[in-house]
Design a binder for this molecule. Structure first.
Ligand SMILES: Cc1cc2nc3c(=O)[nH]c(=O)nc-3n(C[C@H](O)[C@H](O)[C@H](O)COP(=O)(O)O)c2cc1C
Length: 460
């Protein structure tokens, strides 16, 4: 299958053309910091050719939904570092999707501040997700010209933070009716300054942001997601063909990693004048790599890639419930259905508990690992085991044997060897690099000195 072959997407060398689409999962904390569950979620899906993270707020003001992560604070960067480190240890590639929700928010999730937008035009006929249930949209406050420029600075700041956090690149979320899309379409942008009016002016915001992102990341590491024919969130442009043709032509001047193009959803049927085939209409206008999305399955994805219309295909819902989607496509296995009720509800359920195919461990030699834990106070071993044991298990690790505390003594420091089996080298690496494992060690650091020596070996 061509889907399973590697390809460069700019400077991103992806090992297959099956991309994990960006998906908001609302598992960050109130400060927009991701935790160990998020790390495990992405590591489970690291066989994707490319992971595009859930949309990630570029600033506190960008936030429109509760429990969504950010990339503006040092604490957020530190947390993402653990995720990118673990995904890389598992052999994956990961870019951050940069997000500003604009008018698609609610003062209830913004500390009482009304959402901001290009113009003071509210979304009609839809409600917004808040911690206290769905609410009608408010009329947003129009950004001043100085605020538009400050928002562009915020994108650059977040792009720098994404680099510090160890990502392989960034994707501008320019789709689905969020701030960049709001600037593009005339139903949401009625500004009279240089960011509104003509198509050239409406495209200015996106082009200036993209320029900054490329300035930070250089060639081949910045992508953009666009949905020219998606009417959701009030995106009713009078002429999407003209608007997006202009934008794509201008984007061709930048050395991008890829264009991520979303197909139309059924609500576009309300606009008979819009192009009916998004990929055929807009795909050829982009001179670089193309990732397509929305409603593809194994066969239609293979057809679009082998027909040369796209370089790769991204999958959303299928990746929620099939962490081993790549493997399932490879062997033609059936897909598990995703439970929509747990998409945004928080916690481990519906997030990290979808199993991989049973009895189908990756075809690599099992890793046998000798873990030597060194502590000053032997009484600490029990506590360490209580924390590390379940973590090993969550990566498929199993302690086959453990030695006596007194078994190995170097000077006055007792060492205890653990003999652990993992299903794969990648699983073992991902586990030992995980935030949870590091924390298990750090937890003891006050009372004990921990020194973990990991030796890869063969079966006894
Ligand atoms: C739970 C969920 C969350 C999503 N969040 C985002 C997001 O943060 N950013 C984005 O660009 N698209 C988001 N999407 C859209 C997906 O990236 C994708 O476009 C959509 O699921 C269609 O692809 P599919 O048919 O393969 O599922 C989300 C979709 C789902 C199911």
């Amino acid at each position: 299958m061509k889907l399973l072959t590697s390809t460069p997407l700019g400077k991103l060398q992806v090992r297959n053309r099956i991309v994990m689409a960006p998906m908001t999962r609302n598992r960050a904390d109130a400060a927009g910091v991701v935790g160990e569950l998020t790390e495990r979620y992405y590591v489970q899906r690291a066989t994707a050719g490319l992971i595009i993270t859930e949309a990630t707020n570029i600033s506190a003001d960008a936030q429109g939904y509760p429990w969504t992560p950010g990339l503006w604070s040092a604490e957020q960067v530190e947390a993402w570092k653990k995720v990118t480190g673990a995904v890389h240890a598992a052999g994956g590639t990961i870019v951050a999707q940069l997000w500003h929700t604009g008018r698609v928010g609610h003062s209830d999730v913004r500390g009482g501040r009304v959402p901001v937008a290009p113009s003071a035009i509210g979304i009609q006929g839809q409600q917004h997700f808040t911690p206290t249930g769905p609410k009608n949209y408010e009329v947003p406050r129009a950004l001043t010209n100085a605020e538009v420029r400050a928002t562009i600075d915020d994108y650059e700041h977040a792009a720098r933070n994404a680099k510090a956090a160890g990502f392989d690149g960034v994707e501008l979320h320019g789709a689905f009716g969020y701030l960049p899309h709001q600037f593009l379409v005339d139903s949401a942008n009625q500004r009279t300054d240089e960011y509104g009016g003509s198509i050239e002016n409406r495209a200015r915001f996106v082009l200036e942001v993209m320029d900054r992102l490329v300035g930070v990341w250089g060639e081949g590491r910045v992508g953009i997601r666009l949905s020219p024919t998606l009417a959701y969130n009030g995106m009713a442009d009078s002429d999407p063909l003209a608007t997006f043709s202009y934008l794509l032509e201008k984007l061709n001047a930048l050395p991008l990693a890829y264009l991520h193009l979303m197909r139309a959803t059924p609500d576009a049927e309300r606009f008979p004048s819009w192009p009916q085939d998004t990929v055929a209409t807009f795909g050829p206008l982009h001179r670089g790599n193309l990732i397509v999305n929305s409603g593809y399955d194994r066969e239609s994805a293979e057809a679009v890639v082998s027909g040369g219309e796209a370089h790769a295909v991204s999958f959303g819902a299928p990746f929620v419930s099939n962490p081993d989607l790549v493997r399932r496509f490879e062997v033609g296995a059936p897909l598990a259905a995703a439970d929509r009720a747990t998409f945004y509800q928080g916690g481990a359920t519906g997030y990290v508990d979808y199993p991989a195919l049973e009895g189908d461990a990756p075809k690599v030699a099992k890793g046998y690992w000798l873990v030597q834990a060194t502590v000053v106070d032997p009484a600490q071993f029990g506590k360490y085991t209580a924390v590390a044991g379940p973590l090993l298990a969550s990566y498929g690790g199993r302690v086959l044997a453990r030695g006596d505390v007194a078994e190995v003594v170097e000077g006055t420091v007792p060492r205890r060897p653990y003999f652990v089996e993992f299903p794969s080298y990648q699983a073992a690496r991902a586990c030992f690099h995980s935030a949870g494992y590091q924390e298990a060690i750090a937890l003891r650091a006050g009372a004990a000195t921990f020194d973990i020596v990991v030796v890869e070996g063969t079966a006894p």
